[in-house]
Design a protein around this ligand. Structure first.
Ligand code: ZN
Length: 490
């Protein structure tokens, strides 16, 4: 239903665009108008969905100096994990510095840094990580998008480059294939005589530094403005390893191409990956006394193995439940936790795919953030979330109607992400809680898991029933309506 709504909105927008274009009747207007709509932002920034390897860590901050949502992989490998964390930290620091130095000029603009990533597994225990970095700030004329990629050898816990895999004049050959691809491609070919293309595709290590090694092929990605003007986004070229066999090091040739040097007919059949069958989850109908006080504990930005599981343990011990507003990009790595949340009577809500500031997005981007998360959760659990918690608590009338689901905000904000102090968080809840409150916490901090251990027994001993958001409204006879925002149910 929701994806239909998005389709309808998209169609509506397209029609408006076409009417406007035909009204102005000029080719220039056509291009500019299209550029301001969905297609361009799609080209510029793709959400990351592929996370073949590693666990996901997230840094999410709501500072007055800017919003940060940065996701990165961890492999339990000391050097590799440190390298990735350094990349993330470097960008966050630079962003904060930029925001701080420009904040006096633009008090009303809230800047946003968003980093997501993809991981790909390649032969020989090699993994590629590509970070998509989006900076949306008042000091930039347009959102700045760029990519950073790294390739690692998991066996040796170290970063590797193409030089470790290939030999000879491989760079020249790769440049030749890439240039030919763009020259033959209808979208790009008219722009391949420009000097920007010649310089950006010249066979240098730097020009070909962003690549992803996959199982059967390598993808070279190019920065925005590296080969073409900005409206072409970030183009890429995919080359099967078999086409590079003359340049792959002999000792790796069989692993990458299935070919042995001097050739044989060795047939390496790949076993298709079997998906673990998900069993059906039955939602428990719990007994709740509507005349007694109740409170809805809610947890955003997870799930996270280290911290969501202890929270579930505490809730279970005291016969309570909560509501977990999960990020879509954390779902595939944490399917078991999602199952457990539902099996134990807790609830799952939608908190976007990768924690972008939703009010700044085009319809297409918004649809990606919301619908992809719904789909990820449905795929993991078979259960469709009923509501959305907007990222950073930020929403407006437009967002309410575009999302077309109830928005769940809160009446008690623990600010746990800032204090990271279990006593402060539990004191805040116990000192402010009232019947019918919705309490905001984040299940990605150990301090919050500790705070839950303190507050839950106390809330229970004060007679509070710990309920889900749905239970809170249902037992008090209110039906949540699409396109409306809710803060509590007294
Ligand atoms: Zn959040």
């Amino acid at each position: 239903m929701n994806s239909n709504r998005f389709k309808r909105l998209g169609l509506f927008f397209l029609i408006i665009c076409l009417i406007t274009v035909s009204f102005f009747g000029c080719k220039k207007a056509d291009k500019d108008l299209t550029a301001s709509l969905d297609d361009l932002s799609r080209l510029e920034y793709q959400d990351s969905e592929n996370k073949e390897l590693g666990d996901i860590e997230s840094i999410i901050e709501y500072g007055s100096n800017g919003l940060v949502a940065a996701h990165y992989p961890v492999f339990d490998k000391t050097n590799i994990d440190l390298t990735n964390k350094k990349i993330i930290n470097k960008h966050i620091e630079e962003f904060k510095k930029n925001v701080a130095s420009s904040s006096s000029r633009d008090k009303n603009y809230i800047s946003e840094l968003h980093i997501d990533y993809e991981t790909y597994s390649a032969p020989n225990n090699i993994v590629s990580v590509i970070f998509n970095i989006l900076e949306n700030s008042s000091y930039l004329a347009h959102p700045d998008v760029k990519i950073v990629s790294k390739t690692f050898d998991l066996s040796d816990d170290k970063e590797i480059t193409l030089d470790n895999i290939m030999q000879g004049e491989y760079l020249e050959y790769i440049a030749q294939i890439s240039q030919a691809y763009f020259k033959e491609n209808a979208i790009y070919k008219d722009n391949t005589n420009e000097s920007i293309f010649k310089e950006g595709s010249y066979p240098s290590v730097e020009n070909y530094s962003n690549y992803i090694l996959k199982k059967d092929s390598i993808i070279f990605k190019f920065q925005k403005y590296q080969l073409f003007s900005g409206n072409f986004g970030m183009p890429s070229v995919e080359i099967p390893y078999i086409d590079l066999k003359d340049y792959i090091k002999p000792e790796l040739l069989q692993a990458f191409t299935g070919e042995i040097l001097n050739k044989t007919d060795l047939d390496i059949k790949k076993k298709p990956q079997e998906e673990k069958p998900r069993h059906d989850i039955t939602i428990i109908k719990r007994d709740i006394d509507p005349s007694k006080p109740m409170v809805a504990l809610t947890f955003d930005d997870g799930p996270n193995k280290k911290t969501t599981i202890p929270i579930l343990d505490t809730l279970k011990e005291f016969n309570g439940v909560g509501t977990f507003f999960v990020l879509g990009n954390r779902v595939s790595n944490n399917m078991d936790i999602l199952e457990r949340i539902l099996e134990e009577g807790s609830e799952i809500g939608n908190h976007s795919y990768s924690h972008k500031e939703l009010t700044k997005l085009s319809y297409t981007e918004l649809s990606d953030q919301i619908v992809n998360t719904q789909n990820a959760i449905i795929k993991a659990t078979g259960i469709k979330p009923r509501f959305v918690r907007p990222t950073y608590g930020s929403y407006n009338d437009n967002l309410k109607s575009s999302i077309g689901m109830p928005l769940i905000l809160w009446s008690v904000d623990t600010i746990d992400w800032q204090s990271r102090n279990s006593k402060k968080v539990s004191d805040h809840v116990l000192g402010n809680v009232k019947d019918g409150d919705i309490i905001l916490m984040h299940d990605i901090y150990e301090s919050t898991a500790e705070a839950v251990k303190i507050m839950v027994p106390e809330l229970v001993s004060r007679g509070y029933q710990l309920v889900t958001v749905s239970e809170l409204f249902e037992t008090r006879g209110e039906t949540l309506k699409d396109g409306r925002a809710y803060f509590h149910k007294r």
